[in-house]
Design a protein around this ligand. Structure first.
Ligand code: MN
Length: 258
């Protein structure tokens, strides 16, 4: 075995490296992104029992489920957005699997979000983070820690008002910087989608989706436990289901961290 892999196993066994689950529970109660009513909305996760050690299957328990691709903790592929529709290998089944592993850069804006639920990550804040922790490397996942996933009440999590949801996200200049000048794998957020709640009103609408996916980058939505990760030094593993032609998928996201 390679020395690096042997060392990885040794460090995990000794507890010097930890595996952190960055995933929210997936159930019919999992909150959904509310789009304006003129658009198709995503269905809730649905699960039903096939058998449970009974006449339907005496020795086995199993379920079937139905879900939107973008339900719960999920992966956004470039084809998800019109700006990425013609890129090569833009669907979940075609993305090279080495892109499912990358270093995490965790930008903690939880204090800003506590003051303003509509907070947008600014370029200035990214540069401040880089002065402290170093330049964001190519192939990194940039994880926006907002502590939003601590809102376990679905009403507070979606935070829907008369004029739409109010949740944090990224300023479009920040998405452009990360996608085009830092060549990241993508951005991960704790909210229901990778754009801010009010982003339907931005120009262009949903600018993080537009810029990231137009540059062949990915998204991770609905993450949790970002408060358990250091600013740098953790590795994220995020492998979506291999749905043929799929635009995204629910997935289990884990981090390996010191
Ligand atoms: Mn999505």
């Amino acid at each position: 075995m390679s020395l690096v892999l042997a060392k990885l196993l040794e460090e995990l066994a000794a507890g010097r490296l930890r595996v952190v689950d960055l995933t929210q529970p997936l159930s019919p109660q999992t909150p959904l992104l509310p789009l304006p009513p003129q658009f198709n909305n995503t269905p809730a996760f649905k699960i039903w029992e096939l058998s449970r050690y009974d006449e339907r299957g005496p020795a086995w328990y199993w379920n079937a489920f139905e879900t939107g691709e973008h339900t719960g903790t999920h992966f956004d592929a470039p084809v998800h957005w019109v700006s990425g529709k013609d890129l090569p290998d833009n669907t979940v089944d075609r993305i090279p699997p080495k892109k499912f592993v990358g270093p995490a850069c965790v930008i903690d804006v939880s204090a800003e979000v506590a003051e303003d639920p509509n907070y947008l990550l600014t370029v200035e804040r990214i540069r401040q983070w880089e002065e402290q922790y170093g330049r964001i490397p190519a192939g990194a996942w940039v994880l926006l820690r907002t502590d939003w996933s601590k809102r376990t009440d679905p009403t507070e999590y979606i935070n829907l008002k008369e004029n739409g949801p109010h949740t944090p996200g990224l300023a479009k200049e920040s998405s452009a910087l990360l996608a085009q000048e830092r060549d990241v794998l993508g951005v991960g957020v704790e909210t229901v989608g990778t754009d801010a709640g009010q982003a339907a009103t931005f120009e262009p609408p949903f600018p993080n989706h537009y810029l990231m996916h137009g540059s062949g980058k990915f998204g991770l939505a609905g993450l949790s436990n970002l408060d358990q990760l250091p600013p740098t030094g953790a590795i994220v593993i995020a492998a979506p289901l291999k749905i043929v032609g799929g635009s995204g998928s629910p997935l289990r996201v884990i981090a390996i961290t010191p």
